[in-house]
Design a protein around this ligand. Structure first.
Ligand code: 5GP
Ligand code: MG
Length: 187
C-alpha cells in the first residue's frame, strides 16, 4: 500500500515540523529552568507519541515522561464530546509541574477532561503543549492550572488532518508529515 497516494495535500513538511518542535522545546527549557522540581511530561496517547518523542529529546531539563489516554473519537472524524480515561498515569504528579502534550486541540473537550483529572491528583501547575490547534472549532473552554502556560506549534485550518502520529481509522500515524487525505479515503 502506497500511503503517499492517499494524501491530497501536505500542510506541514517533516522539516517544518522539526523546526517548530525545536522552538517549542527551547521555550519549555527556558520557562522551566528556574523550577526546582523536574516537570512531568504527559503525552496524550496515541496521537501525541511522535511529537512527544521528538519534543522530549530536545528539552534540556530533568523530566519524567508518561502517557495518559482519553478516548472520545469513537469512529470516523467526529468526537462524541465525552472523553473517558481508560489508561491513567503511572507517575505521581502531586506537587509537580505537569506539561500535557497533545497532537491537536479541537473542541477542547479532551483537554478539559484531562486537566480536571490531573488537577484532582494535586499537580501544582498544568501547562499544555499542543502541536496543532483548531481555535475555530472550540466548544469547551479549559483553564490551565497555577502558572501553567499554553504552547502551540501551528494553528490548523478546519481540515481533518493525519500523519506525524495522527490517524484516520488507526492508519497514517507513521507518515512523517501532516496532511489531508483525498476525500474518497475518508468515506
Ligand atoms: P477534542 O476533544 O479537542 O475535540 O479533540 C481532541 C482529539 O481529537 C485530539 O487529541 C485528536 O486525537 C482528535 N482530533 C481532533 N482533530 C483531529 C484531526 O484533524 N485529525 C486527527 N487525526 N485527529 C483529530
Ligand atoms: Mg489526541
Amino acid at each position: 500500500m502506497d500511503l503517499e497516494k492517499h494524501v491530497e495535500k501536505i500542510l506541514w513538511t517533516e522539516q517544518q515540523i522539526f523546526q517548530r518542535v525545536s522552538e517549542l522545546a527551547s521555550e519549555i527549557t527556558q520557562d522551566f529552568t528556574p523550577q526546582t522540581n523536574a516537570p512531568a511530561i504527559v503525552g496524550v496517547a496515541t496521537g501525541a507519541f511522535l511529537f512527544l518523542a521528538d519534543l522530549v529529546r530536545k528539552i534540556q531539563l530533568p523530566i519524567s515522561v508518561d502517557f495518559i489516554r482519553a478516548d472520545s473519537y469513537r469512529s470516523g472524524t467526529v468526537s462524541d464530546g465525552n472523553p473517558r480515561i481508560p489508561f491513567d498515569l503511572k507517575v505521581d504528579v502531586e506537587g509537580k509541574h505537569v506539561i500535557l502534550v497533545e497532537d491537536i486541540v479541537d473542541t477542547g473537550s479532551t483537554l478539559s477532561c484531562l486537566i480536571d483529572h490531573i488537577k484532582s491528583k494535586g499537580a501544582s501547575s498544568i501547562s499544555v503543549c499542543t502541536l496543532l490547534d483548531k481555535p475555530a472549532r472550540r466548544k469547551v473552554h479549559f483553564e490551565l492550572v497555577g502558572k501553567g502556560k499554553y504552547y502551540c506549534g501551528f494553528e490548523c485550518p478546519d481540515y481533518f488532518v493525519v500523519g506525524y502520529g495522527m490517524d484516520f481509522a488507526e492508519l497514517y500515524r507513521n507518515l512523517p508529515y501532516i496532511g489531508v487525505l483525498k476525500p474518497e479515503m475518508y468515506s
